[in-house]
Design a protein around this ligand. Structure first.
Ligand code: PAF
Length: 281
């Protein structure tokens, strides 16, 4: 497995594979790899001849400096995980390489970034669109694989890739869950045992809404009420939002139509903020 920390050799590697007729898939990550990332790598390996994993904790997308400082960076473990998973190359630049003195260009996301997570995490999505554009520039992929767990991020990246003619196919992978339903996230490791047990309420609430929608309920007000009540019954949960939106536009919907809808939620559990979402039929 090759490991690069500079964009030019990374790009040369990728271009040489593509010129030789081999397709390249990228899995952008911030490291601290877990089973969810392994699933992304597996999907990437099915979609392309070579898989590149990027590992970069992106300072531009953190609102709280303390969150950035505390973000786990087990780079040796991550490299070993990638090697075992058959990854062909890892791109792991430093912040100084990504954002050298004088760097000033940002990729501004549009309206999709102004709702849900957007107002609660000012600048977050601009940090994501900027770094993903740079990672695409360095890795020159045919395909990029992202998890549906960050549903709004996925919608914004799809929009950006189309709007900027980046020529990368965006592939979405369903959220990987613990046996009790909790969505996998690097943040789960920071939950106390009590909060870990409580946090399953998010997936319980979303599943209840999804089951009700599958049984024919189309009124999103009633579906939200059902999910809200389940979360409110968990004393350890501090809910932030729960909304039902159209999958592509992220516009709020009052009735579930033919294209379906997605219920998204965010809540705090003892100082750890978790997000989750479920498609409603
Ligand atoms: O989803 C993530 O891990 C990050 O937001 C991403 C896409 C790697 C950009 O830093």
């Amino acid at each position: 497995m090759e490991v690069f920390d500079q964009p030019a050799p990374m790009r040369d590697w990728s271009i040489s594979h593509r010129c030789a007729g081999r397709s390249v898939a990228v899995v952008p990550t911030m490291g601290a790899l877990h089973r969810g990332h392994l699933e992304l790598i597996e999907v990437a390996a099915r979609r392309a001849d070579r898989v590149v994993v990027t590992i970069f904790v992106n300072p531009l997308q953190f609102n709280q400096p303390i969150d950035f400082d505390r973000y786990p960076r087990p780079i040796d473990d991550d490299l070993a995980t990638c090697d075992r998973a058959g990854v062909a190359a890892v791109y792991a630049p430093t912040a100084a390489v990504m954002y050298p003195p004088g760097h000033q260009t940002r990729v501004a996301p549009g309206e999709l970034a102004e709702r849900l997570e957007g107002p609660r995490r000012p600048g977050h999505f601009e940090g994501v669109t900027t770094v993903v554009t740079k990672l695409f520039g360095a890795t020159c992929p045919d395909v990029a694989v992202f998890g549906e767990k960050d549903f709004q991020q996925l919608a914004i990246i799809r929009r950006m890739t189309a709007d900027l003619d980046l020529g990368v196919e965006i592939v979405a992978v369903p959220t990987v869950r613990e046996p009790d339903g909790l969505a996998l996230s690097s943040r789960n490791a920071r939950l106390s045992p009590g909060d870990r047990a409580a946090a399953v309420v998010l997936s319980r609430a979303l599943s209840a809404a999804a089951e009700s929608a599958a049984a024919g309920e189309t009124d999103t007000g009633r579906l939200r009420q059902l999910a809200d009540e389940i979360i409110a019954a968990e004393p350890a949960a501090e809910p932030e939002y729960l909304e039902v939106v159209a999958p592509d536009t992220l516009d709020r919907v009052t009735t579930i139509g033919r294209d379906g809808a997605v219920m998204l939620t965010a809540a705090w559990f003892g100082g750890v903020r978790l997000i989750d979402n479920r498609r409603l039929a």
